[in-house]
Ligand binder design. Structure first.
Ligand code: ADP
Length: 160
């Protein structure tokens, strides 16, 4: 079997059980998975890059087949620089498809060798997004079923 590395890129603002479900599935198939935090300067994040990285680190634990990285700019430039051509994305529902299809198509126009591989999470996470978690957190709702305990603690601390 070929040695295969894949990049799973996202904002992870914050990481949720949905992201972790995708990470677990992808890491079973690829030899190495780089989970990369995309820092979009035009998008105001709730958590700093360091916080997002710490949350991911705690959530993933010590798995030597998974590493955490970050980038800004274009995904295609990042993967070229990393010499990786497989990008993982999660598909929650048909509503994600249109956007993801567009991004995958544009990325392929910019870099013909890029392959986007989609994973479906467990049905219980198909309604879950970081923005939902942030919204629930802002109203001091219970996020314990949506994010790992360490992340729930940070959200509580940040918003109290
Ligand atoms: P969000 O869309 O939650 O703000 P990101 O920008 O971090 O999250 O998303 C990174 C990738 O993870 C995207 O492909 C997104 O569709 C996927 N993703 C996010 N939440 C889930 C989930 N609950 N189940 C499966 N995939 C998800």
């Amino acid at each position: 079997m070929k040695q295969k590395i894949a990049v799973y890129a996202g904002s992870f603002d914050p990481v949720t059980y949905g992201h972790l479900d995708i990470i677990r599935r992808a890491s079973k198939i690829f030899n190495h998975l780089v989970v990369s935090i995309f820092t979009n300067k035009n998008k105001k994040a709730m958590f700093t890059l360091k916080e997002r990285k710490d949350m991911l680190k705690k959530a993933i634990g010590r798995d030597k087949n998974i590493s955490i990285d970050c980038f800004d700019g274009l995904l295609v430039d990042y993967v070229k620089q990393k010499k990786v051509n497989v990008v993982i994305r999660g598909l929650r529902a048909i509503s994600d498809l249109e956007y993801e299809f567009q991004i995958a198509g544009i990325n392929r126009m910019l870099y013909k060798d890029i392959e986007t591989v989609f994973f479906m999470p467990s049905a219980k996470y198909s309604h879950l997004s970081s923005s939902m978690v942030r919204e629930i957190g802002k109203f001091k709702g219970d996020v314990s079923k949506l994010v790992p305990p360490y992340v729930a603690k940070i959200i509580k601390k940040r918003l109290s």
